[in-house]
Design a protein around this ligand. Structure first.
Ligand code: COA
Length: 205
């Protein structure tokens, strides 16, 4: 199948948000928040415009990925630029056909052209491990307020530059923009076609 990966345009916004909603709906919680996260992040200064990509096939958006600037202190206390990745998704009917990996690998190549020393996210190592992510605790990087000695198997890092290995002991913080107001998200969701929120096995929240 022919596809292109390009930066998101203003005219794509609604279609991108709908794609995110379709991909995340009932996956991690009943309904989802990720389309609202995308909606609110675009206006925030830490949103990385040049790494805001969509995958398009035959005029249809079938995938998207976005990044946010973040920073972590190295062992000398210098703040090093890092990126937080997400959301990333593929439209359900196109999942498990290799598109997610293609989009992720393209986005990581572009991310490597920035000053960022590494990319961080919360996700499944079975997918991200194929694109070079490792469990961040293996680099000595801690997640939020989790105890230093705990492995956090879903907290992943992709090293972009050798300096990333000097982040040992740093404590990663999820950028504030990911903590959206759930009432505002539910209100935003009403502007999309109705969808049933279901409590399903395997959801995290
Ligand atoms: C996760 C997602 C982006 C992956 O994209 P995709 O196109 O389905 O993935 P690919 O076909 O490129 O997968 C490549 C490999 O990664 C692994 N993989 C992909 N999705 C996986 C999943 N959900 N669980 C475990 N392994 C997975 C598989 O090994 C897969 O190879 P295989 O299909 O030959 O076994 C997509 O499934 C999606 O949008 N899911 C819903 C939203 C979401 O969870 N986003 C990520 C949040 S962290």
């Amino acid at each position: 199948m022919d596809f292109i990966i390009r930066q998101e345009k203003n005219s794509d916004y609604r279609q991108t948000e709908n794609l995110i909603r379709e991909a995340f709906w009932n996956v991690y919680r009943p309904g989802c928040l990720e389309h609202f996260v995308m909606h609110t992040f675009r206006a925030r200064p830490e949103f990385v415009q040049e790494l805001n990509f969509v995958m398009e096939s035959d005029g249809v958006l079938i995938g998207q990925v976005m990044f946010v600037w973040n920073a972590l202190p190295d062992c000398d206390g210098r703040q090093l630029p890092v990126l937080t990745l997400g959301p990333i998704c593929i439209l359900p009917e196109y999942q498990r056909k290799g598109y997610g990996k293609l989009l992720l690998d393209y986005a990581l190549e572009e991310a490597a052209k920035t000053d960022a020393v590494g990319v961080f996210l919360e996700g499944n190592i079975d997918f991200y491990g194929k694109s070079g992510f490792v469990i961040a605790s293996s680099l000595g990087i801690r997640y939020m307020d989790e105890p230093a000695e705990d492995d956090v198997p879903y907290f992943l890092c992709r090293v972009l530059r050798p300096e990333c290995r000097q982040l040992t002991g740093a404590r990663y913080r999820v950028p504030q923009g990911y903590f959206v107001n759930e009432v505002a998200a539910a209100e935003f969701d009403k502007s999309f076609p109705p969808k049933e929120r279901l409590r399903l096995p395997g959801q995290l929240f």
